[in-house]
Design a protein around this ligand. Sequence first.
Ligand SMILES: Nc1ncnc2c1ncn2[C@@H]1O[C@H](COP(=O)(O)OP(=O)(O)OP(=O)(O)O)[C@@H](O)[C@H]1O
Ligand SMILES: [Mg+2]
Length: 414
Amino acid sequence: MSANTIVYEDKKILVIDDEVYIRDSVIGFLEDYGFRVIEAENGQMGLEQFEKEKPDMILCDLRMPVMDGLEVLAQVREQDETTPIIIVSGAGNIADTVEALRLGAWDYIIKPIQDMNVLFHAVNKAFERKQFIAEKTRYQQDLETANQELKVSLETLEQARDQLVQSEKMAALGELVAGVAHEINTPVGVGVTAASFLDAKTREFSEVYESGELKRSELESYLKTVREVSNSILINMGRAAELISSFKQVAVDQSSEKRRRFNLKEYIDEILLSLRPRYKKTTHTITVNCAPDIEMTSYPGAFSQILNNLIMNSLIHGFKDMEEGKIEMDITRNADTLSFVYKDNGGGMTEKQKEKAFDPFFTTMRGKGGTGLGMSIVFNLVTQTLKGQISLDSEPGRGVVFTMTFPELEIVNG
Ligand SMILES: Nc1ncnc2c1ncn2[C@@H]1O[C@H](COP(=O)(O)OP(=O)(O)OP(=O)(O)O)[C@@H](O)[C@H]1O
Ligand SMILES: [Mg+2]
């Protein structure tokens, strides 16, 4: 910072000294530079002037009658820390000068002042420093204000985000409920129709029976109807029950899921073993690339459901029209995250199917056993239970690639 940034005319300097000729020479010199100068002949009067005139700087002698310079310094500093105070004192006062600096004086000049430029230099330096401190303080305040504003906007943003997540969840839930109602409506509707048909038939049958005119052929016909209709009721109610249990899986309940420590590779092998009956008569193959020593504390049930759904989908959808389908899983551990890549070389998906694959009730097998809940269950398990991410890559004829990453898992070893 250069001296020319200071406008001397704006500055008021208080000179406190009991020796009149010193005051006069100092004042004369400072006034020549354009400073406004006020004076006091002892500490007591100096302090009064300070309180009344609020000078921008104080030049203060140490040894004075009534109140000495150290006392002035102490009292000024009690009221204000930013006004520069320069001690002007005799060469014999070194101990007091040191004490003055300790009390908060900014600089000192030895009397008699041989070279007035020394005085000018000290005054100028002190003003520069004062200005620098003021700028720094203002800068810090600006920064704090900006920080505060940032904090407020961040909080607002977070609130907005929470609300958005909440409303998105509500929308998703609404869709899900509508879907479930629609899906369950069919079997339940068929069941109700069948049951009321059975009810009507039974009334007719009772009337004939009570009239005592029941023929053997009528009894046989009634029994046949009962068998057929009750079978239809059973099938449809069974389907409804199945739908309800898949629906229950969608609402992944984390508390009911057991968290425990397990070896990932061993656990995947167990899952594959349980799925063997589903593909052992085919020529499809499953390869797992996973280090044998990854121990983790997590929800094994979730992994099992995810793999079950992915593998069943590959077998049912991917390998629908092919033999020798290949499923490959590559599991790698990086720092605290686990990367899980699942691939098949089946029929793949169109752009549209890919977009909708994770939506509840999206299926290309409607009416042929597909409910369309598998992938949405996978999505919920990955993102909610396991706090991970899942993405899907696929093209018709080029199979599927599901890339999952799981953070915050307590992976031990591996
Ligand atoms: N590996 C795959 N290859 C090709 N298409 C797939 C694959 N996985 C899923 N899909 C497509 O995504 C759709 C949705 O899968 P999802 O598992 O959600 O339902 P689903 O298998 O049809 O029925 P559900 O799993 O409820 O019995 C499937 O109908 C199928 O079209
Ligand atoms: Mg499925």
